[in-house]
Design a protein around this ligand. Structure first.
Ligand code: ZN
Length: 149
């Protein structure tokens, strides 16, 4: 991956090898699929939203190391977040991987900052954001009894 730092590469490879939250979810309130034909990445994301908070997030699928590691880190990052917080995180992540981060963002994004190098590889942006788009779609679905805006 060219100039991506070794540390960042290692985090991505490690999450690709042993992805977090890699499972289906029976009682999900939302489920969405992401498909990136350019690279062959296919990912399904499940969310369990209660009282406007993402209580659980999981994914399954196949694809390149970046798409899988991104989905792994995404599910870990959105757990415990409100709908709005998760959406804002996606916006910031999207700016990061498209090379338009605001000044304070690399630190506040925590581990997600490992994807900053993706901005140098435009074809990889879809790989990195695939699971986030699926998450946002699943977030828009309302399970029975779910309130909120
Ligand atoms: Zn990919």
């Amino acid at each position: 991956m060219g100039s991506m730092s070794e540390l960042y590469q290692n985090v991505i490879l490690e999450h690709n090898r042993s992805p977090r939250n890699y499972r289906t979810m029976e009682d999900a309130s939302g489920r969405a699929e992401g498909n990136n034909p350019l690279c062959g990445d296919r990912i399904t994301v499940w969310l369990k939203v209660e009282d406007d908070v993402i209580r659980d997030a999981s994914f399954q699928g196949s694809g390149c190391a970046i798409s899988k590691a991104s989905a792994s880190l995404m599910t870990a990052a959105v757990k415990g977040k409100s709908r709005n917080e998760a959406q804002r995180l996606f916006d910031r992540f999207h700016r990061l991987v498209t090379g338009k981060p605001a000044d304070d963002e690399p630190e506040t994004l925590g581990k997600l900052a490992v994807f900053s190098g993706v901005s140098e590889f435009p074809i990889r942006v879809k790989c990195a954001t695939l699971s986030w788009h699926a998450m946002a779609n699943a977030l828009g679905q309302r399970g029975s009894g779910a309130g909120g805006q």
